[in-house]
Design a protein around this ligand. Structure first.
Ligand code: SF4
Length: 388
């Protein structure tokens, strides 16, 4: 039986390893491309959000390659994500594919269902229960290590002396991690990979801008959908911190009732623990980024994503009260890389000027403004600009 899964950034390396370890034939989903989008858009309802369409396209591609089972995640609460794997299953069937989609819901919603599905996967490979748990544990550590490497690469790129050094070091680190086959080896590869990134020659005289990226999980995690925004910002000399990584998301939302600090920060603006997706988080994380001295925040929202639309309507107030600019990108199949790049450049120029004004630098001289507090709020204008 051939098994596949959704592709989200580099996490496919850990899932591919896990399938091999479980003795399961794996079909690695291709990186989302024009064909993926074309398939997804053709067979999805028009109003569906971009994650639904991209995943639909991916599932058609892996089904065409012979996938019998697709393992994915479900969802609960007001967001329609909870229906998505069921809809994907139906659309595959309607188009003649027998591929079965298995959606994992949060275990605390139904432990029995969760472990029943895990056991189904174990039986596909025919491995013992101890071997299964050992492999899961190693796969999980790989996910954590992948995130650690990515985080350091985003912190390193804005300082790199030679363009591309960080990317090359990261690729080498990922290759090392890909070779690791047990917990010990994963830890060794993680450390060696981090060292490779630390060895990248840096120009420490730089003082890069810091941006927090918030929004819906899929568009945050899959670079092909957000046009590799984090890397793009790094190449522009900006430290871009992302609010969600797969390991932190799993730890804080699936394994625990976490993210209490984010929800507490959001409460004055939205007193609802969950409006679906990551809407509440987007508000709380903006507050926290402002408190941690970030220069700006970028919200990535799939077009027609209700939770992010709700967050977007509240963010101008958050940004005005916490004095932090926010730029919203609504992403869909029409979004082009050139458009994203141009708006990022404009946003960076504005933040740069803002910082100069704050520090009494060039901007202050030009504008003849005594302090940044005398400036009109930048955010409402930026958000309007982002919409047009
Ligand atoms: S959070 Fe938004 S983008 Fe994600 S599934 Fe829900 S509606 Fe779609």
């Amino acid at each position: 039986m051939k098994v596949s899964f959704p592709r989200m950034g580099n996490s496919y390396l850990a899932f591919r390893w896990l399938m091999d370890a479980l003795n399961i034939e794996c079909i690695v989903p291709p990186e989302p491309n024009y064909q993926t989008l074309d398939l997804g858009v053709r067979y999805s309802p028009e109003f569906a959000c971009i994650p639904f369409k991209v995943l639909m396209g991916t599932y058609f591609q892996v089904a065409e390659q012979g996938a019998d089972v697709i393992i994915t995640s479900g969802g609960c609460g007001p967001c329609r994500a909870g229906y998505y794997w069921v809809m994907h299953q139906r659309l595959l069937q309607e188009n003649g594919y027998k591929t079965r989609v298995i959606g994992f819901e949060e275990p605390q919603n139904n432990y029995l269902d969760f472990f029943h599905k895990l056991n189904f996967i174990r039986k596909i490979g025919g491995v013992s229960i101890p071997h299964f748990w050992r492999s899961l544990k190693t796969g999980w550590q790989k996910v954590i290590a992948l995130d650690d490497l990515e985080i350091l690469s985003f912190q390193t790129r804005p300082y790199e002396v030679k363009r591309g050094d960080t990317g090359r070091a990261l690729q080498e680190a990922l290759d090392l991690l890909d070779q690791a086959n047990d917990l010990n080896q994963v830890e060794k590869a993680r450390r060696a990979g981090l060292q490779l990134l630390r060895d990248v020659p840096r120009d420490e005289t730089r003082n890069p801008l810091k941006i927090g990226i918030i929004g819906e999980i899929y568009v945050l995690l899959e670079p092909a959908i957000n046009h590799n925004m984090q890397k793009m910002l790094g190449e522009m000399g900006v430290i871009a911190e992302r609010s969600i990584y797969l390991s932190s998301y799993a730890r804080e939302n699936i394994l625990t009732e976490g993210e209490q600090d984010v929800r507490a920060a959001a409460r004055p603006y939205l007193n609802e623990p969950c409006i679906g997706g990551h809407g509440t988080n987007s508000i709380g994380e903006t507050v926290l980024y402002a408190k941690h001295g970030y220069d700006g925040v970028i919200q990535l929202a799939p077009f027609s994503c209700i939770p992010e639309i709700v967050a977007r309507s509240i963010l101008p107030r958050v940004s005005a009260e916490h004095d932090i600019p926010v730029l919203t990108f609504f992403l869909d199949e029409q979004t082009s890389k050139a458009g994203v790049e141009t708006r990022l450049e404009a946003f960076i120029d504005l933040m740069d000027r803002r910082r100069a004004v704050r520090q009494g630098g060039r901007g202050a001289d030009l504008l003849k403004l005594p302090t940044h507090r005398d400036l009109p709020p930048l955010v409402p204008e930026l958000v309007v600009a982002a919409k047009t």
